[in-house]
Design a protein around this ligand. Structure first.
Ligand code: SF4
Length: 221
């Protein structure tokens, strides 16, 4: 059932009506990341199908992400060559999906150690949160962990985020409560899409920098 308010908003913005197909019904790990940044992004992308207004640097980093990752992998002290992972199997740009969770994503690097442990590595073409992992990046990594467990089995206990401009690799311990939290958020995201209900903002409007690219729509609501 389409919410009349979101239909009106689509019309006002000159946006296309919603498309319902199988791929659309899956949540992506990027949706998870967006939800943690601000739940409204999910509404703008998945309900209104609006296009973000991104800076040239942001657009560039999306377009060239794979290239940046491959370049980073050539760096001698990259995580790829860590002594922890000698003899490990390393898989690049791994498509992952779970019909049970209705979740999908493509992971930059998946390491399978000689002991059989799976370790996800995600690359970001941006700086860290003052030497720490941004919250949205952390939970995106947890979403990858859930997908890996569903696809390959085992229990993912750690992963890494590589902030390319800083040459900084940060380890993230992935504990069961984080996985439960991501599953709960998955439910919230599905509800936003199903009910087409505008979620509350995470940061007060006057404080929001609009780094999401949807400020032009959001500030008018
Ligand atoms: S402009 Fe700010 S409040 Fe609105 S969706 Fe973007 S991040 Fe959220």
């Amino acid at each position: 059932m389409v919410n009349p308010k979101s239909m009106r908003l689509r019309k006002e913005k000159g946006l296309k009506p919603p498309i319902s197909d199988v791929a659309e019904s899956f949540i992506s790990v990027t949706d998870i990341k967006h939800y943690f940044y601000c739940p409204r992004i999910v509404y703008f992308e998945r309900v209104l199908h609006a296009k973000p207004v991104l800076g040239s640097q942001q657009e560039d980093s999306q377009e060239k992400h794979e290239e940046y990752v491959r370049k980073e992998l050539r760096r001698r002290d990259a995580i790829y060559y860590s002594s922890d992972f000698v003899g490990a199997t390393k898989m690049l740009f791994v498509p992952l999906s779970s019909a049970r969770l209705e979740l999908q994503g493509v992971l930059d690097l998946l390491i399978k150690t000689r002991q059989g442990e799976y370790v996800p590595v995600d690359y970001k073409m941006m700086e860290s949160d003052g030497g720490r992992v941004w919250m949205d990046h952390k939970y995106q990594l947890v979403a990858y962990a859930l997908l890996i467990e569903g696809q390959f089995g085992g229990c993912v206990k750690r992963g890494f985020i590589n902030y390319i401009p800083e040459k900084l690799v940060i380890k993230v311990d992935i504990v069961p409560s984080m996985k439960v939290h991501v599953k709960r958020v998955l439910g919230h995201i599905k509800r936003i899409i199903r009910e087409e209900k505008l979620p509350p903002i995470r940061v007060a409007k006057h404080k929001c920098t609009g780094g999401c690219g949807y400020k032009h729509i959001c500030q008018r609501l």
